[in-house]
Design a protein. Structure first.
Length: 389
């Protein structure tokens, strides 16, 4: 029983108090936006093609709504990982997003205010006593305008209990035949074709009905290479991009072999090879099966923050350039493992005009692998334009 002890006594003193951020050193560039949408498998021309972008309502490249999470270290989970839980590991549990209107463009400077929100300890089959900690990120541009609020949930659990829960029956990657792979590529392109068909046109609120099914979006096959591409699209993973806060992950309770020098600004100037968590540190379980199994995953797996982006992009791409995702509440139920595909579906469950006079639809959402195993669920509210008259 001693192995399952989870000491959360340090957490209360952090709640409601801002923690230090790690701001970007230079304004954003258009290639930062392009790198992000490529890594997130989101081929929306408004975010990477200058000719198409010039014809949009913005007249230039615009970042997708999922982009604010790129702005700081920790994938947005830093305020939900405040305080020390000795001998612990961490997984992403979910993200709730509120979007307020301002968009992000190349040349912008984005800041993030991070405030731990709350925590609760529950008993789980996965790791016994488990802490679900939440924290808020407030993303603002150089004009002080609030772009988005992200409430991140971190799942913090005893390192030994998590490793002992690894299901080694899933250790081997799935083999895809050429026919299966080609069929998957055709399936993926159906959603991309939907983006092309909508183009610069409106998706009218008037034409949407409760019970409508949104087009399916499929991405994958996930691989160690695709996870590495995801990782590198978060700007904090690139040497020298941030004025990094001084933080030792062991001080948060991460085990020594998983803490390393990830995001260490002092070591970044001495030997930056040691500071990249993809290789040595808390994030290396995503790409190295040995370390994945240490924290309870059978093989290489994707990033929770990327899942949240896939969901926001799914709704934003369908809504088009005249629509806007106002709110998304995502719960991550299982990993996107290497060798798997991800399939997204949603249904319209409500249609209404809100108290601000905006024409809204509400959708429920489910993300699975190709066998129907749940990876994430969500609900979202999307603003759509109303036909004149």
């Amino acid at each position: 029983m001693a192995d399952n002890i989870l000491d959360v006594s340090d957490l209360e003193r952090w709640m409601g108090k801002p923690i230090e951020s790690s701001p970007l050193r230079e304004p954003l560039g258009n290639n930062d936006i392009r790198r992000w949408v490529q890594a997130m498998h989101y081929p929306n021309l408004a975010h990477y093609d200058p000719q198409y972008a010039a014809e949009t309502r913005w007249g230039k490249l615009v970042a997708p709504q999922s982009f604010p999470i790129v702005m700081d270290d920790g994938h947005g989970t830093s305020p939900s990982c405040a305080g020390k839980i000795p001998n612990s590991h961490l997984l992403f549990g979910g993200d709730e997003w509120w979007f307020y209107g301002p968009r992000i463009f190349g040349g912008d400077t984005i800041s993030n205010e991070r405030i731990p929100f709350d925590y609760v300890v529950k008993d789980t089959k996965f790791a016994g006593p488990t802490c679900f900690e939440r924290g808020d990120n407030f993303y603002r541009n150089q004009h002080g305008e609030l772009i988005a609020k992200q409430r991140s949930t971190a799942i913090r659990y005893n390192a030994h209990a998590g490793g002992a829960a690894t299901n080694l029956d899933d250790a081997e990657e799935i083999e895809w035949t050429d026919e299966e792979y080609n069929a998957l590529e055709d399936r993926k392109f159906e959603w991309i074709q939907m983006l092309h068909d909508l183009g610069h046109k409106e998706r009218w609120w008037d034409d949407i009905n409760v019970g409508d099914k949104l087009p399916e979006r499929t991405i994958g096959i996930h691989t160690v290479a695709s996870f590495a591409t995801e990782w590198r699209s978060f700007l904090f993973t690139i040497w020298g991009t941030l004025d990094r806060r001084i933080l030792n992950l062991e001080d948060l309770g991460f085990t020594k072999e998983m803490a390393g020098h990830e995001n260490d600004p002092i070591m970044e100037r001495i030997n930056p090879e040691l500071t990249d968590g993809a290789y040595i540190g808390a994030s290396r379980g995503h790409m190295f099966p040995r370390w994945a199994r240490t924290i309870g995953m059978p093989r290489a797996y994707g990033y929770g923050a990327s899942m949240g982006a896939w969901i926001v992009d799914y709704f934003a791409g369908w809504a088009g350039e005249w629509g806007f995702v106002r709110h998304s509440n995502c719960n991550y139920r299982g990993p996107a493992l290497s060798g798997e595909a991800t399939v997204m579906n949603a249904n319209v469950i409500d249609k209404f005009v809100d108290e601000e006079g905006r024409h809204m639809i509400q959708c429920d959402f489910k993300m699975t692998n190709q066998f129907g195993k749940t990876q994430a669920t969500a609900t979202a509210e999307i603003e759509l334009p109303k036909k004149p008259g």
